[in-house]
Each structure stands twice: as C-alpha cells, then as structure tokens.
Design a protein around this ligand. Structure first.
Ligand code: IPD
Length: 357
C-alpha cells in the first residue's frame, strides 16, 4: 500500500509532540517520587511478577491515544496497555490500514526502580510496515534538576525517522538534530565479528526455569556469544561487552546510533520494536529473525540475502549500520548478513510464537 494517503511529516510532528508530552509526564511523576513527601506509584502485575504495569503507563497511553485520535480519527491504534486488556489470545492485529503502534512506557521495571533506560515509543505502520518512528527517552536529559530549582525544558534523547528520509537524534525536543548513525561513514563490521562487538540482550519475562525453556536457551546464547574464542565447544564469540538495558526499544535505538553492534532478543512485542525498527532501518541497520532458519548449517557459507523479521514475530536480531569493506569486495549488507550468520551459529533458538502470523 502506498504512503500517499498519510502525510508522514504531519504524522511525525504529532507523534513527536505526544512522545515528549507523555515522556515529560513520566519524568514529572518520577520527580514527585523523590520529593520528601514521596508520591507513590501504583503497580499492578500482569502475567507474572516481572510483567508489570503502573498507572503512569496507563496515563501516558491515554495521552497518546487521545492525541492521535484527535489528529487521525480514521487510523487504527495498538497500544501495549489497551491491547493487553482486550486480546487474551495475543493475536497479531496490525493490518494494511494506517496503524499507530505504541508503547507508552518501554522499560516499566526500570521506571519502577528509577533506572533511567525508559522511553516512550510511537510507530506508524502503513501496509504493515513501520513508516514513522519516534522514541523519547526523558531521563537522558537534565532529568533531576537540583533541589529547589525549576524543572528543565524537555531535553531527553529524541530519536525520529520517516521511511526513506533518514533517522535522527535530538536533545532539544527536535529543534536541532543530528543524523544517525553517529559516525559517518559508519565503521565496517570487523572481519572476525562478533569478536569486538557490543551486544545488547534482554532477559525478558519468561522466567520458567525448565530444561530447554526460553530462559535456559537465552542464557546459553549469552554465554556462547560472550565466551572466549575456542571456548564453549568452539562457539565462544568473545564480544566486547554484553548489555541488558531493560528496554528493547532503546536497544534498537542504540543499534541505530552505532553504539551497539548487535541486539538479540526473543519475547517482546510489536509496540516494543515498531518505532525502533523504523529508526534503525532508516539509519542503515537490519532486523531479522533471532533464530536461525530451519536447516541452517553453520559450516556452509552463504551470501543469500536474509529476509527482514516480521514486525509481530517476537524474535529479533538487529545489526548496526555499517559501510562497505575498504579491504574486500564485501558490501555493507553482505557484512551485516555475515554477522547475522555468526550470531546464529552461537545461539539456541527461542520458542516465542504468535497467532495471526
Ligand atoms: C519490555 C522491555 C524489555 C523486554 C520485554 C518487553 P515493557 O517492555 O522492552 O526489555 O525484554 O520483552 O516486554 O514491558 O517494559 O514495556
């Protein structure tokens, strides 16, 4: 479906205003919690003791939903909190019509603990593809002004993109912006990657401690990617560092900046990744399935292009933007696919699925 029916500049402007509004509301509530009178946060459990929602998530979603409805009354809306109340079977419902896909607060556990990797994520899909992405991380700016001083103006990190028009970061609410990735030209992927790469992973919410369960598969995969070369029965990847930010959205945003080389995760949802995928792809990155395809043979080298991950597939492997190799004929895309295959060699497939896909 063509994008001509939606004014993407207008969509970006509205989404940016709403992301900042919701993000600043989250920040104000956090500041209230650290005043001497100590306002409380109401927390409720969803599927288990680590799947949580606060009234701050719900209020932020209302602000965004009402704002989008006012400007785009005909567009569909999928928001983490309202979806959770109406979709017990977790069906994938993003269709071809313009659909806003929103996580009002990605990193809810962080927010509860006042850990700053928290953001608002607003994506617009047309034809099932993310075409606008806005992420606002309110705590990355002047989050905590000294006691007694006035609140700072919005200064969090704002990541934005429109399909075909590049990706940007701003720390003054979008008044001035810088293109992503941060380094231009983006460095090539090292020939011996994943050695030397930064890796972001998430522990997720499936904590069932059973043999062959997702928790065990994830931990084995982290271990393989981190272990020394020659260790782990030849799977050791010796990545430079493993990071777990507690926000899949921000993991993708940092892959778009180039600060994180690889993001490997199973279990999150379209609202966690929609805006991030738009921004990362516009910056020059790729997002594919975190599981190797059936029949994948790690000993066979291949240059067949790897398809993009479906938005709602719950399994994502993202690789940062890069340049063509100056030393060989390898293109940037071939290098990204090479790194995907190197990651697939070392991971254990996770078992997240989705009705409707
Ligand atoms: C969660 C975060 C986390 C990821 C989970 C998500 P929430 O989103 O993105 O990093 O591992 O799968 O559900 O619940 O904080 O919005």
């Amino acid at each position: 479906m063509a994008n001509t029916t939606v004014d993407l500049d207008h969509a970006l402007a509205v989404a940016t205003d709403l992301a900042i509004q919701a993000g600043e509301q989250l920040l104000t509530r956090a500041r209230e919690r650290i005043t001497p009178s100590g306002a409380q946060l109401t927390i409720a459990q969803k599927l288990n003791a680590v799947d949580l929602v606060t009234e701050a998530d719900e209020d932020a979603e209302k602000v965004i939903r009402n704002g989008l409805k006012k400007h785009f009354p005909d567009h569909a809306f999928v928001g983490e909190e309202s979806y959770g109340q109406g979709m017990p079977n977790n069906e994938y419902i993003v269709g071809d019509e313009p659909t806003w896909v929103v996580d009002p607060l990605d990193g809810t556990v962080n927010y509860i603990h006042l850990f700053p990797t928290v953001c608002v994520s607003i994506g617009l899909c047309v034809g099932g593809v993310p075409v606008v992405g806005v992420i606002y991380a309110p705590f990355f700016g002047a989050a905590y002004p000294p006691d007694g001083s006035a609140s700072a103006a919005p200064s969090g990190h704002l990541f934005t993109a429109i399909q075909g028009r590049g990706a940007f970061i701003s720390s003054d609410g979008g008044k001035s912006r810088r293109a992503l990735p941060l380094q231009s030209p983006a460095p090539p992927i090292p020939p011996n990657a994943p050695k030397g790469c930064t890796l972001a992973v998430e522990w997720g919410k499936d904590r069932r401690d059973v043999p062959g369960g997702n928790l065990e598969r994830k931990v084995n995969s982290f271990w393989n990617l981190a272990g020394e070369i020659g260790g782990r029965n030849g799977k050791g990847g010796m990545v430079h560092g493993v990071r777990s930010l507690g926000s899949a959205t921000l993991d993708l945003a940092f892959v778009a900046t180039g600060a994180i080389d690889i993001f490997w995760e199973g279990g999150c949802w379209e609202w966690d990744v929609c805006a991030g995928i738009c921004i990362l792809v516009e910056a020059g990155g790729i997002v594919v399935d975190c599981n190797p395809p059936e029949g994948f043979d790690p000993s066979v080298s291949s240059t067949t292009p790897i398809p993009a991950a479906p938005l709602g597939g719950r399994r994502y492997l993202a690789i940062r933007p890069c340049s063509d190799s100056p030393e060989s004929s390898e293109t940037a895309r071939e290098a990204q696919d090479r790194l995907v295959r190197e990651v697939w060699k070392r991971v254990e497939g996770v078992t997240y699925s989705r009705p409707g896909l």
